[in-house]
Design a protein around this ligand. Structure first.
Ligand code: COA
Length: 704
């Protein structure tokens, strides 16, 4: 028996069931149909002594097919009933495991009677990251095999276990190095020869001791604090059912919980992001057959906070880095900061002494540009000034070897201008890291007008190597993320002038799930930083001709209220704790008087949310229209990976579809009417207008 994705053969009295569904052997409907048919064949062959299940390619089954969850007909029960059939065999069923044995893959393995794994196999239940739970008996079998505390921990966190840890936990039975198929056959022959009775995980008793009760109570309390993630509570209830009820009753509760989670907004959003992150890593447009350039060593110019953080990413990935500075003191300060960061991680037990040593050994400092001449990639991370960066780029153009890539970490300057300054613009790309650069997952990869295709391909590849989530942006002021932040900050300041308080604005925005409201965020990143950007744009004549535009941040800066580091900004601070500061209301009231702005005593939270978020969304759609970003999902990845946008809302473009594009357009029009639209703040982008008119969603829109 064989289908495209599942084959079965009888090899000397042992049934061999092979799953072959690249890239990760996900359980598509076709795979499940193939499995059922193969199991029926084995069932019918009464003389076949054992069944071995194994997978082709890089991994055993890495889970259910996430794309299939979108189908209204999706049901976990056909797969669960197949697992029940496997479990019930009197003849041994063996799973032979390699790669990442995840979700439905681990459920399949746990339904088998014996699990054998290669040493580097890894195990996990990552469904929670998709807002789901293991829906095919996983919440019932794992507590039976591994105990309630560990099962809860694994299912609630989605973290992976190594093979030795899985063995110690009782999740697998044996670790042996070798070819998965040969290992499976050997284990099957041994189990048959020794007449080892089959061991069914469904028949095991769940240990319901005090540790189990405490773990459940703790998990229930933690889940109660995160109502935006309904999967957490559902997982606790399902594991509790494993403790309290017979297997089949627990299984039914789990299936019902899964059904509800699958159609929940949170899970839909998280599934959208799963694919959006992976799609963002692919270069949009017609596929180009370009290879990437090789990157074996990296140079960084500027050992400030940014340069040091960027350097750590490469050292962490085992790539040697040379950091270049202009003075001994600056270099020593930069390298010292990196060492301190590593030592802090070691003190928290996140890194071993050996890892710290290995990473610091990969970092070298130098005062000589000549030491960059052999680097494959050089990133400039110097002071954000056009002249300074142009000078550095010109020097790099001369110093770097032919074929080396020159990247700029600018966040506000024109990458095309910097690229020309090198004299070799095809080699130039923007790499916009976010601070702290060693922590933040997002990397905006800026494609300049003349960036060579293989340079872009290399940038995307290296981003993945250093564990970043890369998103391509075209050249524009602020790229994707900071450009969308502009209307959001503009409306924040207008609302402050009209009478809203920083704490009210932050609370309204945080109620949406944003990690931090705009005022707290500005205080953290530095009022001076924000003000200098506005002042720089004013000097460049790039501000709207609106005398009221961003006057608050400029006044706070004049007053030295530079944010958390100055213990005063939009808030006053006790340590890191922001406290409402009546002085800020006075500053805003004075500014409002000077600028003739009418203050209101009540500003509804809904108005705050609409004015900040709908203008931000409108800017995102404009960015798509201009081709600065190619896909709505890319914009969502920028905001969820880099700006604290709640993942359970899927990002601003996904959220726009949930709100309805017509509703957003109509609301912008409404504000334009009531507030006046002299500066175009409320003009819906053409793309928003046309999508709204056609009743189309961003989710089904594409640039091509
Ligand atoms: N269903 C459908 N497609 C899946 C998938 C799944 N469960 N898991 C991975 N894929 C696809 C990815 O979308 C990607 O496709 P693409 O190449 O077209 O972009 C491809 O498989 C490779 O995945 P990727 O994540 O890029 O590779 P990786 O080697 O970094 O990681 C995994 C592999 C399996 C560890 C990772 O993909 C993963 O964690 N998958 C999700 C597992 C999961 O949640 N399982 C439970 C589902 S309920």
């Amino acid at each position: 028996m064989s289908t495209n994705v599942v084959s079965y053969e009888n090899c000397g009295g042992i049934g061999l069931l092979l799953i072959s569904n690249p890239p990760v052997n996900a359980l598509s409907t076709e795979v499940i149909t193939g499995l059922r048919s193969a199991v029926s064949t084995f069932e019918a062959e009464g003389e076949t002594k054992a069944l071995v299940i194994y997978c082709k390619g890089r991994t055993f089954v890495a889970g259910g097919d996430i794309a299939s969850f979108e189908s209204p007909e999706f049901d976990t029960r056909p797969f669960s009933s197949l697992l029940t059939r496997l479990d019930a065999f009197q003849r041994p069923v063996i799973a032979t495991l390699h790669g990442t044995v995840l979700g439905g893959g681990l459920e399949l393995a746990m339904a088998c009677h014996y699990r054998i794994a290669v040493p580097d196999a890894r195990f996990g239940m990552p469904e929670v990251k998709l807002g789901l739970l293991p829906g095919s008996q996983g919440t019932q079998r794992l507590p039976r095999l591994a105990g309630v505390p560990l099962a809860l921990d694994l299912i609630l966190s989605g973290r992976f276990l190594s093979a030795p840890d899985a063995l110690a936990a009782g999740i697998i039975d044996e670790i042996v190095d070798g070819d998965p198929l040969a290992l499976g056959i050997a284990a099957a022959e041994r189990l048959v020869r020794t007449r080892t009775p089959v061991r069914r995980s469904s028949a095991m008793k769940v240990v319901a001791d005090a540790a189990a009760t405490q773990a459940l109570a703790r998990a229930a309390a933690a889940a109660g604090k995160k109502p935006a993630y309904p999967a957490l509570g559902a997982i606790v209830r399902s594991v509790e059912a494993a403790v309290m009820l017979p297997f089949d009753e627990g299984e039914e509760i789990e299936a019902r919980e899964f059904d509800q989670l699958r159609v929940s907004g949170a899970s839909k959003a998280l599934r959208h992001l799963f694919f959006a992150e992976r799609t963002a890593a692919r270069i949009a447009g017609p596929p180009q057959a370009v290879g990437a350039r090789e990157v074996r060593s990296v140079g960084i110019v500027g050992a400030g906070t940014m340069g040091g953080g960027i350097a750590m990413n490469f050292a962490n990935a085992g790539i040697p880095v040379v950091l270049v500075e202009t003075s001994d003191e600056a270099l020593e300060r930069g390298l010292g900061m990196v060492r301190k960061n590593y030592e802090a991680s070691a003190a928290k037990g996140k890194l071993s002494a050996e890892q710290v040593q290995k990473r610091t050994r990969l970092l070298k400092g130098s005062l000589d540009y000549g030491s960059l001449s052999n680097c494959d990639l050089v990133i400039e991370a110097v002071f954000e000034s056009l002249q300074v960066k142009k000078d550095v780029c010109a020097r790099l153009g001369e110093t770097c070897k032919p074929g080396a890539i020159i990247a700029t970490n600018t966040s506000t300057l024109d990458v095309n201008v910097l690229a020309e300054a090198t004299g070799r613009p095809a080699d130039v790309v923007g790499l916009h890291f976010f601070s702290p650069a060693n922590v933040m997952r997002l990397l905006e990869v800026v494609r300049a007008a003349r960036t060579a295709p293989d340079v872009l391909a290399t940038a995307m590849q290296i981003a993945r190597r250093i564990n970043k989530v890369p998103v391509i942006s075209g050249v524009c002021y602020g790229f994707i993320g900071n450009r969308m932040l502009e209307p959001y900050m503009r409306e924040t300041e207008f609302l402050l002038l009209e009478g809203a308080l920083p704490q009210q604005i932050d609370a309204a925005i945080e109620s949406l799930g944003m990690a931090m409201g705009p005022c707290r965020m500005s205080d953290l990143s530095g009022i001076d930083i924000g003000a200098k950007v506005v002042i720089g744009q004013a000097e460049a004549g790039a501000l709207p001709p609106d005398p009221n535009y961003r006057v608050v941040v400029r006044r706070l800066f004049e007053l030295g209220r530079n944010g958390q580091k100055a213990q005063a900004g939009y808030y006053r601070y006790e340590g890191r704790t922001p406290l409402p500061d009546p002085a800020v209301a006075t500053i805003c009231a004075d500014l409002a008087r000077q600028h003739g702005i009418v203050r209101r005593s009540v500003i509804p939270d809904q108005e705050i949310i609409q004015r900040l978020m709908y203008t931000l969304i409108n800017e995102g759609i404009q960015i798509l229209d201009e081709g600065i970003s190619y896909r709505p999902g890319d914009v969502d990845v920028v905001w969820t990976a880099g700006y604290g946008f709640p993942d359970y809302r899927g990002g601003p473009m996904f959220m726009a579809d949930q709100i309805g594009l017509s509703e957003i357009k109509d609301t912008l029009d409404h504000f334009g009417r009531v507030r006046g639209n002299e500066f175009g703040y409320w003009t819906p982008s053409n793309l928003l207008k046309s999508l709204a008119a056609r009743g189309q969603r961003l989710g089904s829109w594409s640039k091509d």
